[in-house]
Design a protein around this ligand. Structure first.
Ligand SMILES: [Zn+2]
Length: 322
């Protein structure tokens, strides 16, 4: 019911965003602010449209149109670890706006559908992995399922499985960056100091040993400061473990000088048209960040943040769907 209300609200305010577009174009032209705009994706796949359960999926044709737009826009598209110095005001160069494309969780459809499109348009992306799931032959533990997603999982199991090490190596060779999204995709908020350290530091070690490289980018599971998924304690653990940048799911852009451990992002939804996407890239939808914060302050979360960390991954989703 609440997700239905949420979707109706999202649709209702879309026309407002579209109306603001010309004003934001003007504002953006005169303001000339240096900023990093980070796009947030999860899945790229031809799933049935989202209804009650958000799959965070973008249809393949929409993703292709979005990447084509970015490639032709002249905007500077880089990986997340490349903006760390830039956020501190170093090496600003001519480009005043950086775009970062990120993917959370590490679904195989990222490799099957997103990577070939990114390669076609020569755009780099950053993929955040749940390291305990890499190469596992079972779907992610934190997903919620409805009839449509279960049907799709039966028809296209690979779309729902985690990426494997050979896939990650291939994607890295294509110029993409890989970061950590913890070991088990639990919200860090309710964990002890030792558990946070394990999720943060051990996932870094996992990735570095599997991919034989250093890795400095992180994405918080669920990623909401309002719901407590990140705080001073988690930030301290990230610094200590050697991360230099971390993404939240808070909505907005990042100005030079902002805290690089609390980077805001801009979600891309299954129902976004290309014009909606352009609105998001230019900043015409940034005011929705305030609305999202307000929503989270008013309503308790409905994400699936509590589950058995390792053993019951396969039946966890099915049990949840019953
Ligand atoms: Zn996630």
């Amino acid at each position: 019911m609440r997700s239905l209300l949420k979707r109706k609200l999202q649709r209702g305010i879309k026309w407002m965003v579209r109306c603001f577009y010309p004003f934001y174009l003007l504002i953006d032209f005169f303001r000339r602010r240096e900023e990093v705009r980070i796009l947030m994706y999860h899945k790229v796949s031809d799933l049935p449209p989202e209804r009650e359960v958000p799959y965070c999926n973008v249809p393949i044709a929409s993703f292709e149109a979005q990447m084509k737009f970015l490639a032709k826009s002249g905007l500077d598209v880089v990986t997340l670890d490349q903006v760390e110095g830039w956020l501190k005001g170093k090496g600003l160069g001519k480009a005043r706006k950086k775009i970062v494309i990120t993917f959370d969780d590490g679904f195989q459809d990222n490799y099957l559908h997103a990577a070939p499109i990114l390669q076609r348009y020569r755009l780099p992306a950053t993929f955040f992995m749940v390291t305990g799931a890499i190469g596992q032959d079972v779907p992610f533990n934190h997903l919620r399922w409805d009839a449509a997603s279960l049907a799709d999982r039966a028809a296209h199991p690979a779309h729902w499985l985690p990426l494997t090490r050979p896939m990650l190596l291939e994607m890295r060779a294509q110029g993409h960056a890989i970061g950590s999204h913890t070991r088990s995709h639990r919200s860090l908020a309710g964990l002890s100091r030792g558990e946070i350290w394990d999720e943060v530091a051990q996932s870094k070690k996992d990735l570095e040993s599997q991919l034989e490289t250093t890795m400095t980018a992180f994405s918080y599971p669920f990623g909401s400061a309002v719901y407590g998924d990140l705080n001073e304690r988690t930030e301290e653990a990230l610094r200590e473990a050697g991360y230099r940048v971390a993404c939240t799911t808070e909505w907005g852009s990042n100005k030079v000088g902002e805290n690089s451990y609390r980077l805001k992002r801009i979600p891309v939804y299954d129902h976004d048209t290309l014009f909606d996407f352009r609105c998001k890239v230019i900043g015409a939808a940034d005011w929705l960040g305030g609305l999202k914060d307000g929503w989270q302050k008013m309503f308790r979360r409905d994400d699936k943040v509590q589950f058995e960390p390792t053993s019951n991954i396969a039946d966890c989703g099915l049990r949840n769907a019953e």
